[in-house]
Design a protein around this ligand. Sequence first.
Ligand SMILES: [Zn+2]
Length: 333
Amino acid sequence: MCEHDAFTHTPGSGHGTTRRTLLTGALAGPLVAGVSAGSATAATTVTRWVKPPYTDAYPAMQVKNAVGRLGEAVPVTGYFVNTTWFKITTGKMAGTYVSGSGLTTTNPATQTFAYPSPDPFSLPPVGSRLTRYVISRDFYVSTRASASFSAARRTSIAPRTKVTGKLVSSDWVRLDDGRYITTALLATTPVVRAFNGRVPSGRLRALPAYLRAPSAAASSLERVAAMQFIRMDTAFAKVFGYHITVEEGYRSLYWQKHWYAQYGAPRAAYPGTSNHGMGLAVDIRSGAGSPFTFGTAADKWLTANGAGFGFDRSWWLDQGRPNAEFWHYNFIG
Ligand SMILES: [Zn+2]
């Protein structure tokens, strides 16, 4: 499991709650009226929450070279440097900057969404035209040159993009630009929270027992993602002689609530905001002795070949990032 989805393997450190006042003489910008309590010469430490669906953290006050991504409803503590930038002063992201427009004074975790009706995953008869949204909330997904994952030429499109096209099979839509996208990543609404963790069982597929790590009870993924994971593992096993074992795939709302109640944000993501809750994320074996840690031959193989099968580890989880997770892969189609 992992921090931006459930909870981290490595407990966070440095989550001090000390309030501190900083002189602004050395700071780059003016203070924001109403944002900084107190006098015009001091910035006061405050806590804000990340707005849906996420915000990126930068090493300096410019939208460049992001060092990490913070999920919806994650609290950040720091101060407003100016009208645009908020500097985080505690936790693993301490010293980084996020845009003030990505933060809110109200915890988004207190918002509720009604379950969409009818089923947002329902598809019209094959051959029909349809309009759908990419349901990825924080990562780019792929379109392919043909209705096949072996069509290597991939193009990336943004999360929550509205797309129109024709359903050519239960698994593929031919978009109006001639590219193809898998139905695994589409729904009638881009607002995924309402059905996150409540994915209909018919849309999921259990992974075979030989793909489950010893610590895993049962693991399933969205059915196309599961099929592709099995194919990726088959190719991997031919090279390495062992399987890409899985600790967790789909995670129900029940378990997300359990972890959130136990750990809170940011160690646990707010229920309804996890890629695992869509069956579109998978955690491969990560415990002691895992052959998949950063820099191993297996890790290099997955980095080089994963996207060909539709799996990718997002950049903010890469080695050296504050929330690095070698084990977490998203299904990108
Ligand atoms: Zn994960």
